[in-house]
Design a protein around this ligand. Sequence first.
Ligand SMILES: Cc1cc2nc3c(=O)[nH]c(=O)nc-3n(C[C@H](O)[C@H](O)[C@H](O)COP(=O)(O)O)c2cc1C
Length: 340
Amino acid sequence: MFDFRALRVPIVQAPMAGGPSTPELAAAVSNAGALGFLAAGYRSADALDEQIHRTRLITGEAFGVNLFVPQPSVATAETLAAYAAELAPDAAGHSVETGVPHPDDDAWAEKLDVLLALRPAVASFTFGSPDAETIGRLGDAEVLVTVTVTSLAEAQIALSNGAPVLVLQGPLAGGHRGTFDPAADPPSDDLDTLFGSIHHYTDAPLVAAGGLTTPAAIAHVLARGAVAAQAGTAFLLAREAGTTAVQRAALVDEQFTDTAVTRAFSGRPARGLLNDFMRRHDPAAPLGYPEVNQLTMPLRAAATAAGDPHGTNVWAGADYRSIRSGSAAEIVRHLAKEIV
Ligand SMILES: Cc1cc2nc3c(=O)[nH]c(=O)nc-3n(C[C@H](O)[C@H](O)[C@H](O)COP(=O)(O)O)c2cc1C
């Protein structure tokens, strides 16, 4: 079974669904001595299967795979219809229509079967905790399970389900918050406070995440006792990442100065560069994942095709200004510089 303590470099490249995570990025990070991750979210089970095989062609090292835990949506037909009406002028501006909301569990059972068949070293989960049976089956298959938590209460649920390792995601993190309850506001405890309370509560190994974009920030969480530091935003400009040209340009564009947490794109709180879409639509945007994500999908695709960073999500953590471009190996070496 994989053990984080055996990593040559105690850094995890966060799974980043929607494009940035690629087999090339995961393999390059793992080849550099850290732990690379594939992101299974939004992909079919067949595509995940193919990605795991492709990653294994380019690295013999351990890597992880991340899944979204499905949960009942909190959307109602009325709120979705009202939001679709609000988005209609944007859609017309791009000559597209808003997407059609439909139930979608992100192929949960099929992807679990892929994990059980192909047995990546690590399986991480976000948006909830798998039940004890699922964690047990993965453990029996020698797949180490990690569960992302954003509060002590979530940590208690994951641990009681048998999660052997927790990933603590602080509020500065880029992308979606891993909050279990889709209707709750995500907790605002800073990463240090969250780490302190959970470290006090459990002996389970803890991976810290959220806003770790500098060597000093990485060294700090390791000094506090994290078994590894997980960084996502720091890898967005890696050569091997699948970050789109629009996102890459926006991340270094001086017109963007802040990030904010929004539900306007997906119906779930997520942090990204504060842009016009968020300013316009956040006040009316309902909670409701995955339906809101489905509604906005054609608009985001059209904005991306048109090179418009104000019409699509550019997920990024609050400390995105210190990220660098380069190869994934160079980024790992840079981030590890102050680890003692
Ligand atoms: C573009 C992007 C996509 C993300 N996608 C996922 C995902 O698919 N699964 C997941 O568990 N976390 C996802 N996250 C969150 C990361 O796992 C991690 O918590 C976050 O990147 C840490 O904060 P940082 O971005 O400041 O390093 C994503 C983050 C970003 C920036």
